[in-house]
Design a protein around this ligand. Sequence first.
Ligand code: 5CA
Length: 428
Amino acid sequence: MRSSRYFLPVLKEDPSEAQVVSHKLMLRAGMIRQLSAGNYNWLPLGLRVLRNIQQIIREEMDRTGALELIMPTMQPIELWQESGRGGYGAETLKAVDRHERTLIYGPTHEEVITDIFRKNVKSYRELPLNMYQIQWKFRDEIRPRFGVMRGREFLMKDSYSFHTDKASAEETYINMYRAYLRIFSRMGLKAIPVQADTGPIGGDLSHEFQVLAETGESALYYDKAFEALIAADQPDVEAMRKLYSAADEKHDAANCPVKPENLKQGRGIEVGHIFYLGTKYSAAMGAKVLGADGKEVVPEMGCYGIGVSRLAGTIIEASHDKSGIIWPEAVAPFKVGVVNLRQGDEACDRASEEMYKKLETAGVTVLYDDRKESAGAKFATMDLIGLPWQAAFGPRGVTAGTVELKNRKTGEKHEISAEAAMNKIMGK
Ligand code: 5CA
């Protein structure tokens, strides 16, 4: 992609409406723009990140055997009356259609999936079944804030599983727990699972996945031993499951099994939440299957959510410096920025163009800054948008047959041949 053809409205100054660093940087890097309170446009650069996040989630969900589907955003309110929820409290956004029927813009999809299930699944042989979607949700939050962290319209991955018995539901719950840790770890995040309150979703048991951050909206308590476990590349799920951790609402100082000196208190950003639901929705909505013994069984359920759009902000909270974002490669909008330091100079143009084309041919995503701007402005933009690599061609280097390759994360710079630079970028 050529910067001269791209839509990248970067801002030099911190926007006054943003309080947290991720919100500031998402605005400054031209990733998002606010449309109305808690409602954001995802501009091209932001959308590339959102897609990469979705891709990791899809790969890991598919790997567990979950099946992707998509359900409408608009849901008939009658389903919510059947389940007994009636709506989603004050957060519900309603619309009335031309037939005077009330629709809810889905804040979550337990009712819709249970409706699909009861109409289409007949036998225990079809279970367990776990289906997920990545879909926009609307919750009329009282206090939308911190940009995409707490939005009103936001992107969620939500999955729902059905089982003939509790043991099977527990097995999937643990598989999801495991998959979630892998998902967050692939994005460079260290998440702590904590016992949580099930809130308006309901059910008997739930865990939130919390990324430690000062600006996090949740208060949590956890065993100090988590620190070593989350520092590891591969999370040790069995070890984690043995440790105590709880969200504020669940923490009970009087009955806490962890000695005070080993108990840590912190703040976190909730990036995921998994629930064991029991038969709350299946029983209320009349979902049942024929069991092995020919008798009807009301299926046990679980549901598992990830805040997809919130993750984009969370990754920035966890990975930035004073110059801007530092994208982990797995979610970076482009892997490399090729910077032509003297646009219009024949030798610089030729060397930059050549590298740009070679990298694209090799399947590497590149943002090629071919604009007539100062070197300083170009470097500042590259640092701000945080691509993992920067390859800069200036007149001196081009004469000497070199490019300056910079690693955004380590800040290391090397004057090397274009060939050597490409090999480094491609990890050869
Ligand atoms: N039905 C279940 C999961 S399938 C559910 O809705 N769970 S939830 O309410 O906990 O939401 C799942 C995840 O969505 C949360 O963990 C959080 O990461 C994200 N989320 C919730 N509300 C918002 C919001 N207002 N803005 C951005 N992300 C949100």
